[in-house]
Design a binder for this molecule. Structure first.
Ligand SMILES: *[C@@H]1O[C@H](CO)[C@@H](O)[C@H](O)[C@H]1NC(C)=O
Ligand SMILES: *[C@@H]1O[C@H](CO)[C@@H](O)[C@H](O)[C@H]1NC(C)=O
Ligand SMILES: *[C@@H]1O[C@H](CO)[C@@H](O)[C@H](O)[C@H]1NC(C)=O
Ligand SMILES: *[C@@H]1O[C@H](CO)[C@@H](O)[C@H](O)[C@H]1NC(C)=O
Ligand SMILES: *[C@@H]1O[C@H](CO)[C@@H](O)[C@H](O)[C@H]1NC(C)=O
Ligand SMILES: *[C@@H]1O[C@H](CO)[C@@H](O)[C@H](O)[C@H]1NC(C)=O
Ligand SMILES: *[C@@H]1O[C@H](CO)[C@@H](O)[C@H](O)[C@H]1NC(C)=O
Ligand SMILES: *[C@@H]1O[C@H](CO)[C@@H](O)[C@H](O)[C@H]1NC(C)=O
Length: 488
């Protein structure tokens, strides 16, 4: 039984495949000898972390240093620093586009003002919108999927901004500015006083605030190009799809001028509930990601409630997270290899850890769905998504749609299923649809009629699509011996 489960598991998670074929470039061994990550673990982690470092623009994170005049009494949405033109020597940003970065203030789960960062990607010339004058740009507030859980995992410091041509480059090449928050704790991770800022992973209201205040701050940094009421659309994938869901709920009470609707790709919603469901269903696999993300959840709960102090970890989990992942400053690819290979995936957290009352309180923060939201919404899902369990998503969408109809919200949700598609392939499979939907909204076309609708796209030759939980859209070839490279 267990063996059968692992074979399914391995098939579904190429990231965890321990293939030992052709050699990647030689790397200096990291000193992991004082940790539990020795032997194969050390080799995988060393290779993967070296590769990760090669994908970052710099080892110098000076841009993310918070100016000494920061104070918690500032209003959220305040601009702290503007890099008008980012030197993109080390980025893969297509020529013709340009980039800026900003530091600004957001609001955490407690309502405390904290600093964070965002990048802004600029087209050469704007997509035409009748609501805009010459020199003004429409924009997309882009919420990224899971990159990792600490400073070095800010997409604005990734050579390819994490999603490259899958989303941000594509949008900017089509004339839309991309305003992309890194999220609290990624990029900026400490105050001038030295106080640490953690990443409250998957906590809806926190990322929703990061997105909303990025919009305000980007407009403050570039008032000519991004007028206060200029048209924009929200969009996100995975963690970011869930973040945009939370953002649309936030907009009900905190409206933003110019908002035209949101696109959610494979939104990660109610993930703690999914984890509980997944653990109860073992050895059946509903979502591999729910299992591999458990150590990240333990760390996230500790970020919001320090007294929890990683109590969900076993000694092994604590060691892998605190003595490997954190000191090596690594992100999702290496995190997965350090904490979730087949030999340790069920050994890093204590049985029933997620039933702890503090964890449950955190889980309440991560919930979206079954709540009023601001549309119109285009929601896109892959039927065979190994990270976001499709039947569970469908239940949440259905429940939300019932309320939408009964309570007459006057909003619309268009839910489109891409048959056979996995977590990243679904972005490409659906891109013609989301791109034209976004352009319609920004061009001021009438919004879809209130209510819920759904459609299924069967697709052409889906049997030949390379399906995986990780992207299959690369700027470079991935050696078969290094599947972790697919996780960026
Ligand atoms: C790590 O890289 C080294 C050097 O290229 C290689 O010999 C080794 O097989 C790699 N380790 C794993 C686990 O892939
Ligand atoms: C902080 O100082 C900089 C320059 O020293 C200034 O431009 C900025 O407006 C100040 N920010 C705040 C929030 O006071
Ligand atoms: C960008 O940085 C590189 C060094 O990495 C430097 O050679 C180049 O002059 C810089 N470009 C600009 C426009 O500052
Ligand atoms: C680009 O990368 C090189 C080598 O890693 C580094 O020396 C340089 O400072 C980087 N340039 C910029 C502008 O980040
Ligand atoms: C809010 O702040 C209190 C006091 O600093 C802290 O104990 C609590 O964990 C915080 N809660 C959240 C959700 O951040
Ligand atoms: C938190 O837990 C770790 C590991 O169990 C322990 O070493 C540390 O002393 C604890 N810290 C606090 C503040 O309780
Ligand atoms: C993980 O747990 C299993 C079963 O409880 C045990 O057989 C195995 O030795 C453990 N592995 C590690 C690395 O602790
Ligand atoms: C969702 O609702 C449709 C009809 O409204 C129903 O046919 C379907 O079974 C529901 N699916 C789930 C997972 O609840």
């Amino acid at each position: 039984m267990v063996k059968a489960m692992f074979s399914t598991f391995t098939k579904l998670v190429p990231l965890l495949l321990l293939s030992l074929g052709a050699s990647p470039p030689t790397v200096a061994a990291q000193d992991l000898s004082a940790t539990t990550c020795t032997g194969l673990c050390a080799s995988l982690v060393t290779n993967s972390s070296t590769w990760e470092a090669s994908q970052k623009v710099t080892t110098d994170y000076a841009f993310y240093d918070v100016p000494s005049n920061f104070s918690k009494s500032l209003k959220p949405g305040t601009l702290l620093k503007v890099e008008y033109v980012t030197n993109y020597t080390n980025y893969t940003v297509p020529s013709g586009l340009t980039m800026s970065r900003i530091l600004y203030t957001t609001s955490d789960l407690n309502g405390t003002t904290l600093p964070t960062s965002a990048y802004i990607l600029w087209p050469f010339a704007p997509f035409q919108s009748p609501q805009l004058k010459d020199g003004q740009f429409p924009f997309v507030a882009w919420a990224h999927g899971t990159s990792g859980f600490q400073k070095t995992c800010a997409p604005s410091s990734y050579k390819s901004l994490q999603y490259h041509f899958m989303v941000p480059y594509k949008l900017a090449l089509e004339g839309m500015v991309v305003v992309a928050p890194d999220y609290l704790g990624l990029g900026v991770d400490k105050l001038p006083t030295g106080e640490h800022i953690g990443h409250p992973y998957l906590a809806g209201p926190s990322v929703a605030a990061d997105i909303a205040y990025a919009v305000t701050a980007a407009r403050a940094a570039f008032p000519v190009q991004l007028p206060k009421d200029g048209p924009f659309v929200g969009m996100g994938h995975s963690q970011g799809g869930g973040s945009i869901w939370a953002f649309t709920e936030r907009l009900v009470d905190h409206p933003l001028p110019g908002y035209k609707g949101s696109v959610m790709l494979a939104p990660a919603v109610q993930y703690f509930a999914l984890l509980a469901k997944q653990l109860a269903a073992l050895p059946e696999i509903l979502s591999t990601a729910a299992l591999t993300l458990q150590p990240a959840f333990v760390a996230a709960v500790t970020t919001a409630f320090p007294a929890y102090n990683y109590s969900g970890f076993t000694a092994l989990g604590y060691d892998r997270y605190k003595n490997v992942v954190e000191p090596l400053k690594v992100c999702l690819p290496t995190y997965t290899l350090a904490t979730s290979t087949e030999d340790v995936i069920f050994n890093t957290t204590k049985p029933g850890w997620y039933q702890d009352p503090t964890v449950q309180r955190y889980a309440e923060f991560t919930e979206h769905g079954h709540r009023k939201l601001k549309g119109p919404i285009l929601m896109l899902a892959g039927e065979r998504d190994a990270a976001v369990h499709y039947p569970s998503l469908l239940e949440i969408v259905n429940g939300t749609c019932s309320l939408l109809t009964q309570e007459k919200w006057g909003e619309s949700i268009d839910f489109v299923t891409y048959k056979d598609m996995d977590h990243f392939p679904m972005i490409q499979a659906s891109s013609a649809r989301w791109l034209s939907w976004i352009k319609d909204r920004l061009a001021g076309k009438p919004a879809p009629k209130p209510g819920c609708s759904s459609a299924v796209v069967k697709g052409f030759r889906s049997e030949f699509t390379e399906q995986s939980t990780a992207p299959n859209f690369f700027l470079d070839a991935i050696p078969p011996s290094a599947p972790y490279q697919a996780a960026f």
